[in-house]
Write a protein that binds this ligand. Sequence first.
Ligand SMILES: Nc1ncnc2c1ncn2[C@@H]1O[C@H](COP(=O)(O)OP(=O)(O)O)[C@@H](O)[C@H]1O
Ligand SMILES: [Mg+2]
Length: 240
Amino acid sequence: MLEVRELNVFRGATHVIKNVSFNVEEGQIAALIGANGAGKSTTLLTLSGLLRPRSGTAVFRPDAQEVDLTSAPSEKIVRAGLIHCPEGRQIFHSMTVRENLEMGAYAQLDQKLVSKTTAEVLELFPILAERSGGMAGSLSGGEQMMLALGRALLAQPKLLLLDEPSLGLAPLVIERIFDVIAELRRRGVTILLIEQNAAMALDLADTAFVMETGSIVLSGSGADLALNDKVRQSYLGGAA
Ligand SMILES: Nc1ncnc2c1ncn2[C@@H]1O[C@H](COP(=O)(O)OP(=O)(O)O)[C@@H](O)[C@H]1O
Ligand SMILES: [Mg+2]
């Protein structure tokens, strides 16, 4: 569903993404793990058209379409079903929970589909129904993450890019978020998950890639990488 080849991205004069190639298969969760500053967020920003690469290709293939992510406008990328749930949630704090969810559906003309998806999101996250008229800024960090995910679902994702959904959240809340990510895969959403929490990401992922200073240095199934010595030493706390 996503094919990235020899991608190079600069931020200012800095060569941040270096010859990165990987695939994400339909129906899978792919995890991109790596330390702070490795280039994970830059990769996602490039795939959603917010940054342009210096060279390389990135093609998104939902259904029979083919979208060139290195040249298509962000709006077209969103309409094709590639939805980016950004680092730090980026919800609108002084809007209500309901209004934030509606923002996710702004490009949807099919009101029946919007109603149906809203009902599904509120079933997935009952707290959002309870707090629907409250300001998003008054939600806890975990609730804000649920709102960010709910908003992304209202955009009808075929490929969902998740940038560090666990960041700053308590372990129980992280488990809930990861349960929902697994549920989304069951419902047919393909997911590219970026995480510093390598243990949980590898446990969940079908395929995983390790990024170090802008390059992919290892790839394999989540289970294989979780057993890899280098991954264990560098990303899983060196547990034997
Ligand atoms: N707005 C920016 N301008 C210039 N350099 C940036 C900017 N944002 C990030 N960088 C640099 O790009 C590199 C990768 O950052 P990022 O993609 O955010 O990494 P990660 O998400 O893996 O923590 C870092 O060296 C960072 O300093
Ligand atoms: Mg980041």
